[in-house]
Design a protein around this ligand. Structure first.
Ligand code: PLP
Length: 381
């Protein structure tokens, strides 16, 4: 199968950076197990620790706070399922806009879920968070608060300063899903309030299959996979040295140029407004990470649009794909009060480290064709 010509889905997975590929291949050529004390093992151990330092630097964490996992989903599950047990939480407070990895982990704990709504621009209602913290104190409940920093569908940036200020001084545990913030915003794990954070390799140009749980010493009792005691007993299983090395190399190479990203998303938004004045851009009034446009043109269904764009070699997303590959209405948009028929028209275009203005133009050309086809077919019907 030929490769799609233009990739506009960096929030799903960002292409492998050349630095990450080189590090991965170099590690794959080595023999041994990083737990062995002989020279072969030590060479692999060195690679892991180099990767750990690079990932820690990107996350503003200390190397000892980084626990490598097989994905961010695993790190999130460790934080939430492990954390709920370790901290004897009585309930989980989470927003209606969390990723499925957070929602399903919360469900798996069996604890009551206290859901915080989103506003119409996708911001978490932090007054509601404050109210839930008061309620927890009134009812004597210990909370595990699990919130995202940057939304994967809309790119909306949550007010981490206020979240830190609200939860930091309390006895409650704070977990932040920083998967879409990592590499885009400065992360300051060691110096900020969260007890735990999750990040993912393939969102920053390392291969899929590697993530990390960032965890502070006082919270470092969270265990999900004890196994053979790797990662200082914090996550068992022989380390995938190549993927860790690739994660480290991608972390070192990560320079997010927010202005360059905004130039691309601005071009797309201006172009969409020119061709479809009734277009809705979700999260428009909120602060956004700058690389995502999530929009809907009323009456232009996303399943048909995505198919049409795919045939033109343009890979975009509806923002919400179920595992079956079918397109479903986004729970994030629904939580923002977007009517279902409009949510069914939502498309997400997301740029990243190798995106160019030509990619944005190609998308606009492609989408214009989708619109004119829709008009023609609509008239013919
Ligand atoms: N959290 C967010 C916000 C995400 O965007 C994703 C991936 O799409 C995940 C968690 C899960 O990451 P991973 O694919 O590494 O398990």
């Amino acid at each position: 199968m030929s490769r799609p010509a233009i990739y506009l889905d960096h929030n799903a997975a960002s292409p492998l950076r050349p630095e990450a590929r080189a590090a991965l291949l170099a590690a794959l050529d080595l023999t041994g197990n990083a737990s062995s004390v002989h020279a072969h093992g030590r060479a692999l151990r060195d690679m892991i620790e180099t990767g750990r330092r690079a990932v820690a630097a990107l996350a503003g964490a200390e190397p000892k706070q980084v626990v490598f996992t097989g994905s961010a989903t695993e790190a999130i599950t460790q934080a939430i399922v492990g954390g709920a047990k370790a901290f004897a939480s009585g309930a989980i407070a989470l927003s209606a806009g969390e990723h499925a990895a957070v929602l399903k982990a919360a469900e798996a704990t069996g604890l009551p879920r206290w859901t915080i709504p989103l506003d119409t621009d996708g911001r978490i209602d932090l007054d509601q968070l404050a109210a839930l913290l008061r309620r927890a104190d009134d009812e004597g409940v210990t909370l595990l608060v699990a919130l995202h920093w940057v939304n994967n569908e809309t790119g909306v940036v949550q007010d981490m300063g206020r979240i830190n200020a609200l939860v930091g001084p309390t006895r409650h545990t704070l977990f932040i899903d920083a998967v879409q913030a990592c590499g885009k915003l400065p992360l300051d794990f060691a110096a900020s309030a969260p007890d735990m954070m999750a990040i993912s390799g393939h969102k920053i140009g390392a291969a899929a299959g590697i993530g990390a749980l960032l965890v502070k010493a006082h919270a470092d009792t969270v265990r999900l996979i004890p196994g053979g005691g790797q990662e200082q007993g914090r996550r068992g299983g022989t380390e995938s040295v190549g993927l860790i090395a690739a994660f480290g190399a991608a972390a070192s190479a990560c320079r997010y140029d927010v202005d360059a990203m905004r130039a691309l998303t601005q071009k797309v938004e201006d172009g969409l407004r020119a061709m479809a004045p009734d277009v809705l851009i979700f999260g428009e009034k909120a602060e956004r990470a700058g690389n995502v446009v999530n929009f809907a043109v009323p009456g232009v269904g996303n399943a048909t649009a995505m198919m049409g764009l795919d045939l033109m070699g343009l890979s975009v997303s509806s923002g919400s794909a179920c595992s079956s590959g079918k397109v479903g209405a986004s729970h994030v948009l629904l939580a923002m009060g977007v009517p279902r028929d409009l949510a069914d028209c939502a498309l997400r275009v997301s740029f990243g480290w190798n995106s160019t203005a030509a990619d944005a133009e190609a998308f606009l050309d492609g989408y214009e064709k989708v619109l004119s086809r829709q008009k023609r077919d609509g008239k013919a019907a």
